[in-house]
Design a binder for this molecule. Structure first.
Ligand SMILES: [Zn+2]
Length: 312
């Protein structure tokens, strides 16, 4: 027998109804009065011979009660009982599951449940609190952040995925995966406080942790997250231009300052352009002009931090 979540005043009044085999008996507090009246009516209907009547399953589904019953072996199921149970079940559709007052299903709720106006308000408040507590504050608030793309930055942009071999580059043989990571290590070495947020599609496809594993330990240790996270709408994120993906993360994360390395220069917001370094699609950050620009922007960003520290 499964657990019974029904007030003792009901099980005590009609013990035979709860003595048979069941797969879980649970009635919401607000529906107990209706359930008790139903048990009383059935009891009266059965008279002295209870014929093995018992509840098999009582639960809530899609905002209303589901109350299933059975009779002993070789007993007919009286139509009048079927009718009474169905009527009571339909009634619960309009009764608050918490207090039993008139109510309706709250379509804004996380799950369907009939609630009175007062409990609808309380439930919405509670859900709001639950949602807020589930959203973790992103890392990197008030820090210096480098947004990092992989393809066309740390290696040639023409990267494909083979189901057995994994990622590979389709380009002349001297281009290899992550060939420029030592250069990025070199660029970042003077700035141990700069964190990395992955803006590459590798993070969306393989997850932030797996994408970060592709980096050497010194860079991996700087990674605090990605512009894509699992609570986002994947399709909508894909449709958003890279610059807007990064800008969205800046708004969410509130870094003190940031720069972004990316070979994709389409649709970057105008106000982000001074923070953006367009890398060479084939040579990535190894292009001397690109390398020098990153070096300068990193120095500016770090100087800006120094200045702000003085002004505090
Ligand atoms: Zn209520």
């Amino acid at each position: 027998m499964d657990t019974i979540h029904i007030p003792a005043r009901i099980t005590g009044r009609f013990p035979y109804m709860f003595a048979g085999k069941n797969i879980g008996l649970s009635v919401l507090q607000g529906w107990c009065q209706t359930f008790e009246t139903l048990c009383q009516d059935i009891d009266a209907e059965l008279g002295d011979d209870k014929r093995g009547f018992h509840w098999v399953q009582c639960k809530e589904k899609l905002g209303m009660a589901r109350w299933h019953w059975d009779m002993g072996p070789d007993q007919d199921r009286p139509d009048v009982i079927t009718k009474r149970v169905n009527n009571a079940v339909v009634k619960t559709k309009h009764l608050c599951g918490v207090c039993g007052e008139p109510g309706q299903i709250d379509l804004e709720a996380d799950w369907m449940l009939t609630l009175c106006p007062a409990h609808t308000q309380e439930n919405r408040r509670q859900q709001k609190m639950d949602r807020l507590s589930r959203i973790k504050a992103p890392k990197g608030v008030g820090e210096l952040v480098l947004y990092l793309d992989f393809d066309g930055v740390l290696h040639h942009e023409n990267v494909y995925w083979h189901p057995k071999k994994g990622p590979y580059i389709e380009a002349p043989a001297h281009y290899t995966l992550f060939q420029h990571t030592p250069l990025l290590e070199l660029l970042l070495a003077p700035y141990p406080d700069i964190k990395i947020v992955l803006s590459t599609s590798w993070a969306r496809v393989h997850g932030c942790t797996n994408a970060a594993k592709r980096l050497p330990p010194s860079l991996r240790a700087r990674v605090i997250g990605a512009t894509f996270h699992s609570k986002m709408d994947r399709h909508q994120f894909n449709e958003t231009p890279r610059g807007m993906q990064v800008w969205g993360d800046v708004v969410r994360r509130h870094p003190k300052d940031w720069i972004a390395l990316d070979d994709d220069d389409l649709h970057w917001p105008k106000w982000c352009l001074d923070k953006y370094v367009k890398t060479n699609e084939y040579e990535g950050i190894s292009d001397p002009v690109v390398f020098a620009e990153i070096e300068r922007k990193l120095a500016d960003m770090a100087a800006c931090l120094d200045l702000r520290a003085w002004s505090c």
